[in-house]
Design a binder for this molecule. Structure first.
Ligand SMILES: [Zn+2]
Length: 359
């Protein structure tokens, strides 16, 4: 960045958590279902008589993945419940409160993803109605938080067949909601590899309206990242930690600029990459791969995006300049038009100037 002096380039390490929290961030990989505002969630659980502890501390322990516990993918997944809600108002409230709380992480722009199935299934809400409702409530929360927000729709590999995905996709596409900018494939990547979803992603690509991001190489080998790229035409890859084992893949990623949406804390807890200090992020970054920093499921993880920034600074020696460069490349990888990216870069630069004045 122009105007950045030598002193500030080396100061990232000295920034306190509170200062780092204020650093303007662009995030591409966070699940709404994993980022619920905890007080609202507790209140909802009490109100709806869920079979969960009645004191906040015990509730917290039960619904989060304990910060210091051993990695365990299944325990991690078991924290995602879809029976919280009893009414549309419940969904509206938890979405609004959760997105409003994004301000605490210094988010400037975020593409938040959610699965309409998650919110609809317990009460069999209309999927189109629930999608619109989540987006309206999220937009209101984002205005409060002064965060620019877009949405990705998540499809789950093991919970929906390709046929069901296509049917839901067409219904949601026809709603013409401009804030939906991308399609995400999540869930069990071991038993449901990319090849099973080629027709779905061909349809999405042919429509040309949405970017695509595929969870791949999180708990599988680099081959699956290749398949996400070549069979599904992924624009971005969720996690892709296993890219570290394949130099040819790294070359391909570096030359095409396809972003890896990496999530250091999540990767430890799920067992995707348990040694945070040697997470592939640092090496991939130095090798020119477009790695982006994301939180994934901060409520489940008992963490926030700022924690992931603090880790990246501490473990990989990133400077403020590095953080700025990473965020600017993250903007390039957003599912926005060139004109929208240009505008986002300009508001991002202004936010950065403000941060530097106060730092
Ligand atoms: Zn994810």
């Amino acid at each position: 960045m122009e105007g950045m002096n030598a002193e500030s380039t080396s100061r990232a390490r000295e920034l306190s958590h509170a200062e780092l929290a204020r650093f303007p961030k662009v995030e591409l990989h966070r699940h709404l279902e994993g980022t619920f505002e905890l007080n609202s969630l507790f209140a909802m659980s009490q109100r709806n008589g869920l079979d969960l502890p009645s004191t906040f501390e015990d509730f917290k322990r039960e619904v989060q993945f304990p910060k210091d516990s051993e990695p365990d993918f299944l325990t991690f997944l078991s924290k995602f419940r879809n029976n919280w809600y009893r009414s549309l108002d419940d969904v509206r409230e938890i979405t609004y409160e959760s997105i409003k709380s994004f301000a605490a992480d210094g988010l400037h722009y975020i593409e938040v993803r959610f699965s309409p199935e998650h919110f609809a299934i317990h009460n069999n809400f209309d999927r189109r109605e629930i999608t619109r409702l989540v987006i309206d409530a999220g937009n209101e929360g984002a205005r409060e938080a002064d965060v620019q927000l877009r949405y990705l729709i998540t499809f789950n590999r093991s919970k929906q067949t390709e046929e069901e995905m296509l049917a839901l996709y067409r219904e949601l596409r026809d709603l013409d909601i401009p804030e939906i900018v991308g399609i995400d494939l999540a869930g069990d990547e071991i038993n449901y590899p990319p090849e099973l979803f080629q027709r779905f992603f061909k349809t999405v690509r042919d429509d040309g309206r949405f970017g695509t991001t595929i969870h791949a190489g999180e708990v599988t080998h680099a081959q699956q990242v290749w398949e996400a790229l070549t069979l599904l035409g992924a624009d971005r890859i969720g996690h892709g930690t296993s890219a570290i084992e394949d130099e040819k893949l790294q070359e391909r990623l570096a030359s095409t600029g396809v972003a890896l949406e990496q999530c250091i804390t999540s990767n430890r807890q799920t067992g995707s990459w348990t040694d945070e200090e040697h997470h592939p992020f640092g090496v991939l970054y130095r090798r020119g791969v477009n790695v982006t920093l994301n939180s994934d499921d901060p409520t489940i993880q008992d963490s926030d995006l700022t924690d992931d920034y603090a880790k990246a600074v501490r473990y990989f020696g990133l400077t403020v300049d590095d953080l700025v460069q990473i965020n600017e490349r993250t903007i390039d990888s957003a599912f926005l038009s060139d004109e929208e990216k240009r505008r986002l870069k300009s508001t991002y630069t202004k936010a950065l100037e403000k941060f530097k004045q106060r730092a």
